[in-house]
Structure formats: C-alpha cells, structure tokens
Design a protein around this ligand. Structure first.
Ligand SMILES: [Zn+2]
Length: 323
C-alpha cells in the first residue's frame, strides 16, 4: 500500500512530502491520533519516501529495490519496534539495542528509520534512554513514535519531536478504501464504514462472518425483547464493546427513522434492515429512545473502569425499556 491508499490524512502526508522535497526531514516525529486511521501505514511510506531511489515520477515509487524491501519489511535499515504481544511493554533492553544501532552507519539507506509503534508501551526507563538520543540525534536517522495520545510520551520527548496529528476518517473515505484496496462490495463497504468510528482498521476487523452472525442475533434479540434474557457467560471487554456499538447504531437508526419519517434510507447504519427499523420507529417513542441511548452510552463509559461485565449488561437490561 502506498501514500495514494492513505485517505483522510492529507495534512500529515503533504507535510512529510514537503519536508523530504526540501531536504528538511526532522530527526524525530510523533504521529498521534486514534487507532487504525493510517499512522503506521504513513510511517512505512515515509520510510520509503526518505529512501526511494527512483530518478523520476512520483515518490515513493513502490518499485525500486529500497521501496520493495521496506514494503516487505526486510530492509536492513528500517526497523519496527512494537510490543511483543498486546498489552506488553517495550522495555529498556529493546530500546538499548535501538540506541546502539542508531550509532552505526546505514547499510544501504540514505536514512535509517526507526518506527516505534505503540509508544504508550515504552517504559519510563525506555523513554528516558531514548531522550538522550533525541538530544543529540544522528543526522542519518529518523525516529517515528506512533501514539494514540500525545500524553503517552514524556513532554521532553514531545518537545524534541515534530508532532503530526491524524484524524478519524469520514464514512465515504473508509468506504472508498474498503472498495478500492480491499475489494469489498459497495453495500458491505458502506455498512462497515458507518460502524467503524472513523477507523478503516476497525472496519476490516468487523469484516468477518462471525461479526455479521453476532449482529443478526443481537438485532433480533433487541426487536423481540430476548437479548437481555441471555446469561451473558464468557463475556470479554471487546465483545461487550461490540454489543454496545451495535445497540447504539441500532437505536440511533430508529431515532433517525422516526425523525425523518420515511426519508432516511441513506443515513442508516443498518440500511439493510430499514423495514424493521421503520416498524420499531413506529413502536418506540422519542423519550424511550433517548433514554435507551443514554443508558447504552453510560454503560460504555463504565467499561473504561474495571466493572464486572456480566453485571454491567444485567444493569443495562434492567434500566432500559424496549417494550
Ligand atoms: Zn522507490
């Protein structure tokens, strides 16, 4: 995937292109913004751009030996550092290897690139060690920190880095990526884009049969009132999160349908279920819908804390009236 495939991040991408054109690339960058909106992809393509050996045409060319090696993650001068598994930290040992390596000449690149993906996982000790490198940066290296929030990194690292912000994508941009790059059909692409909270990565994660089966079961349960009869065994936080997202999208659809009185087809997340949505819009009044949406959002905010998931779902079931 190339710069061309990154949608909705024009300001960051253009900034990086200009920096390379003017030979003014910084020694350290922080790419910050929500998960799954293109930060890692931009970092890899920036590494290609810094090292592309094409003499003509658009850069990165994606065809020269350097671009191809970086694209295949086997360039000897481009390094990716990330937590070994979800939730684990990047400790001082791995960062010391980076620092040692930064001191060496590149094998073949113009610029060595170190991408630290998941900078929030760097331990305090590791961040402190990197700070020394940022104070005296070698001219042939670029470090890119990828962080969802700028607060994940010490202010001292922030002050020595160029910060670039990344944003949630518009529904149309996500849908375009899903159709053009991942070859999804238009209906599925649009549906997933509307559920994805601005993140193409989340849309792709949802694009699996199990998700569609689960969604059908949840929506059926919400309509016939049986959803909260479940004993909710074996819940995990991501499953509860996905239930809440589905419920929120569902009741917002009903609210939109009610407000638009039959002229809402294109606005619905669950456009394929518009006939059931219309029926529910006729059955539930505005006050009840408003209350249900509030209760779902409240449960969502509890999820950030360490709540008992089964209890949270039971309380939600007791507090909302869908009859
Ligand atoms: Zn190239």
């Amino acid at each position: 995937m190339s710069f061309r495939d990154i949608k909705g991040q024009d300001s960051a991408v253009n900034f990086l292109k200009r920096a390379v054109e003017n030979d003014r690339a910084a020694h350290a960058y922080i790419f910050t913004g929500p998960a799954g909106v293109g930060k890692s992809l931009t970092a890899v393509n920036f590494a290609k751009l810094l090292n592309c050996s094409s003499e003509s045409g658009e850069k990165p060319c994606d065809e020269c030996s350097s671009c191809r090696k970086i694209g295949a993650s086997n360039h000897p001068d481009v390094f990716l550092l990330k937590p070994e598994k979800e939730g684990s930290s990047i400790g001082i040992g791995r960062v010391r290897e980076v620092i040692k390596n930064i001191g060496l000449k590149p094998y073949e690149a113009k610029k060595k690139v170190y991408i630290i993906d998941g900078a929030a996982s760097l331990t305090e000790e590791a961040q402190n060690a990197l700070l020394k490198t940022l104070e005296e940066p070698p001219s042939d290296s670029v470090i890119i920190f990828i962080a969802e929030s700028i607060g994940d990194l010490f202010p001292t690292i922030e002050s020595r880095s160029q910060v670039l912000k990344f944003y949630p994508l518009k529904v149309d941009d996500i849908s375009l990526v899903l159709r053009k790059v991942y070859k999804l059909d238009a209906d599925r692409a649009l549906f997933l884009s509307r559920l994805a909270n601005g993140s193409p990565a989340l849309a792709l994660k949802l694009n699996e049969e199990k998700f569609f089966e689960r969604r059908s079961a949840v929506l059926k349960g919400l309509v016939d009132g049986s959803f909260f009869d479940s004993d909710f065994e074996g819940l995990t936080r991501p499953i509860v999160r996905s239930y809440l997202d589905m419920m929120l999208a569902w009741y917002r659809d009903i609210l939109i349908a009610k407000a638009a009185a039959g002229h809402c087809g294109l606005l619905l997340v669950n456009a394929d279920k518009s006939d059931i949505i219309e029926k529910e819009a006729g059955r539930l009044d505005f006050r009840i819908l408003d209350d249900i949406i509030r209760q779902i959002m409240l449960t969502g905010s509890f999820l950030e804390q360490n709540v008992n998931l089964k209890l949270a779902m039971s309380v939600l079931g007791a507090n909302i009236c869908t009859k």
